[in-house]
Design a protein around this ligand. Structure first.
Ligand code: 5AD
Length: 469
C-alpha cells in the first residue's frame, strides 16, 4: 500500500487549526516516500500516521518503488511467518538500492521493535529501524540516515505517554477508515509479543478521537473502525471516559453511518457496553471476540483471564441483547501442552458457539514471551498442521451453514466497488460484516459508500451472492 499523493489531508490548517506538533527539522520538500504495510489494521492506521508526519515535512507519496527516495516497510511480529515474509520482501527491495544507492530503506513497527539492531544482521543494507513509538521523530531520523557512511539508524524507545496527539494521518480518499483509540497492551497473554513491541496500554484522548472521526466524515468516509489491542479496556482517566462512553460520543459524529471496533477482550466486555451496542443502529451488529482455545487448562496457561464457561455466558448475554449479531473469533492450535483432549474441546466449543467465521492460527513461539521462556514448544509440526486443517474444515462447514440461512433474505450492503472477480459485479459489506457480491444494476449507478438492498440468492462459506432490489 502506498500513501496517497493527495496532500490536502496532511495540511495541518485543514483541521480546525490543529498543528502537527513537529519541530521544523527534516524538511524535505519534493522527496517521495513509499510505505508498504503488513499485519493488522493498527499497522494500516500507523502507516497513515507516518504519511501525515512525513507530509508535514514536505514528503509526498511515491506512486511506485522506482520513484521513491524513501521506502519503508511497516511490519508485524505476531507470528514468525509474518517476519519471514518481511525478510523476503527486504531482499527483494534491495534492488532499488542497487539501482539508486541514495534510496533509504527502513523497517518500522513491531518487527523493528522486536529485532532492533539484530535486524541488520540478516539485512545489513537496511538504513533505518524504528519502533511504533518513534514515528514522531521519523523526519529527523531520516536526516540521520543521510549522513555519509552512517550506521543503520535505530530508534526503538517505547514511550508510556505517546498517543500521537495532534498529528493528522494522511488518508487516501475512501469510505472506510480507522481511528486508533488505544495504543499498547497490558494483558500479557503468554503467547503474545504485542506488549513487548507496542508497550503499555494508553487511551487516546476522547477529543482527539472525535476530531479524527469528524475529519473522516468531513472527507466523505461513511464507516469508522475504532482500533485498540484490547479496545474495550479503553480508559481515559483524565476525562473518566470508558469505551462505552466513547462509543456514545462517536455515534454523534455527523456523517458516519457505521461504527465498528476491534478487538475487544472478553473480560472487559461490560453490560454497559452491550447496552450501548444494542441501543445504537450505527454500531454494527458484528463482533470479533478472540477466544483462543476451548480448553480451560489452555486458557489458563495462555493467561487469558476467563474460563470457557464465562466466555459462553458473555456470548449468551451479547446474543440476548443483540439477537442478530454476527461474531468471529481467533483460535490458536498447538499451544504448548495442548493434548488431543484439549484440542477436541476447542472443536466442540466452535461447534457450540457457531461463530460466523474464525481466524485460526498455528502457535508460533515468540522469543521473550512467557510461553517461550517457560512452556517448551514440544508439539510436532505435523500434529499442529493436522489440528489446524481439521479445525479449518469444521469452521468452514459452520460458516457455510450460517451463510446459507441468508438465502432469500434482503440485506443492506454498503458498496465498496467492483468485485475482484468481475467488472460487471459490485461488492460490499453488510452491517454484520459479510461480503456480498451482486451484478451492477442496469438502471442505477452505485458508487462506493452508497447503500443497496440485496436479495440473497446463493451463498458460499464466505460470500453472499444476490441482486440489487
Ligand atoms: N502464535 C500464534 N498466533 C498468535 N496470535 C498472537 N500471538 C500468536 C502466536 N505467538 C494470534 C491470536 C491473536 C491474533 C491476532 O493472533 O489468536 O488473537
Amino acid at each position: 500500500m502506498s500513501i496517497s499523493t493527495d496532500h490536502s489531508q496532511a495540511d495541518p490548517n485543514a483541521h480546525n487549526g490543529e498543528q502537527n506538533d513537529m519541530p521544523n527539522l527534516g524538511q524535505r520538500p519534493g522527496r517521495k516516500v513509499f510505505i508498504e504495510t503488513y499485519g493488522c489494521q493498527m499497522n494500516m492506521a500507523d502507516t497513515e500516521l507516518m504519511g501525515g508526519i512525513l507530509g508535514t515535512s514536505g514528503y509526498t507519496a511515491a506512486p511506485n518503488h522506482d520513484e521513491a527516495d524513501v521506502i519503508l516497510i511497516n511490519t508485524c511480529a505476531v507470528r514468525e511467518r509474518a517476519e519471514e515474509r518481511v525478510f523476503g520482501r527486504l531482499s527483494h527491495l534491495l534492488k532499488y538500492k542497487h539501482a539508486r544507492p541514495e534510496v533509504i530503506l527502513g523497517v518500522t513497527g513491531c518487527m523493528a521493535e522486536r529485532l532492533r539492531e539484530t535486524l541488520t544482521d540478516r539485512a545489513p543494507y537496511v538504513d533505518l529501524v524504528i519502533g511504533p513509538d518513534a514515528y514522531r521523530r521519523l523526519p529527523q531520523l531520516l536526516e540521520e540516515c543521510q549522513e555519509v557512511d552512517a550506521d543503520p539508524v535505530v530508534d526503538v524507545k517505547l514511550d508510556r505517554e505517546e498517543t500521537y496527539r495532534g498529528l493528522v494521518p494522511k488518508r487516501e480518499p475512501g469510505i472506510k477508515g480507522w481511528v486508533t483509540v488505544q495504543r499498547g497492551c497490558d494483558k500479557f497473554c503468554t503467547f503474545c509479543i504485542v506488549p513487548f513491541v507496542r508497550g503499555r496500554e494508553r487511551g487516546v484522548a476522547p477529543d482527539e478521537i472525535l476530531r479524527q472521526c469528524q475529519s473522516l466524515a468531513d472527507a466523505g468516509y461513511k464507516e469508522v473502525t475504532l482500533l485498540g489491542q484490547t479496545v474495550n479496556s479503553y480508559r481515559h482517566p483524565e476525562t473518566e471516559t470508558d469505551f462505552a462512553d466513547l462509543l456514545e460520543k462517536v455515534v454523534e459524529v455527523d456523517g458516519l453511518e457505521r461504527i465498528r471496533f476491534t478487538s475487544p477482550y472478553p473480560t472487559d466486555f461490560t453490560p454497559k457496553l452491550i447496552a450501548t451496542m444494542a441501543r445504537h443502529d450505527k454500531i454494527c451488529n458484528y463482533l470479533h471476540l478472540p477466544l483462543q482455545s476451548g480448553s480451560d487448562e489452555m486458557l489458563e496457561s495462555m493467561k487469558r483471564l476467563y474460563t470457557t464457561g464465562e466466555f459462553l455466558t458473555l456470548v449468551d448475554d451479547i446474543r440476548g441483547a443483540i439477537p442478530d449479531i454476527a461474531m468471529s473469533t481467533d483460535i490458536i492450535v498447538g499451544f504448548p501442552g495442548e493434548t488431543e483432549e484439549h484440542y477436541q474441546k476447542t472443536v466442540e466449543l466452535l461447534e457450540r458457539i457457531r461463530f460466523d467465521f474464525a481466524f485460526l492460527f498455528k502457535y508460533s513461539e515468540r522469543d521473550g514471551t512467557y510461553a517461550a521462556r517457560k512452556l517448551p514448544d514440544t508439539l510436532d509440526e505435523k500434529t499442529k498442521k493436522a489440528r489446524l486443517s481439521a479445525l479449518i474444515e469444521t469452521q468452514e462447514a459452520i460458516s457455510a451453514e450460517i451463510f446459507a440461512t441468508k438465502v432469500g433474505q434482503t440485506v443492506r450492503v454498503m458498496v465498496e466497488g467492483e468485485s475482484r472477480r468481475s467488472a460487471d459485479d459490485l461488492c460490499g459489506k453488510t452491517d454484520d460484516f459479510k461480503t456480498a457480491v451482486f451484478p451492477k444494476p442496469e438502471n442505477t449507478i452505485l458508487n462506493p459508500g452508497d447503500f443497496a438492498d440485496i436479495i440473497v440468492e446463493e451463498t458460499t462459506s464466505h460470500t453472499l451472492l444476490g441482486r440489487a432490489l
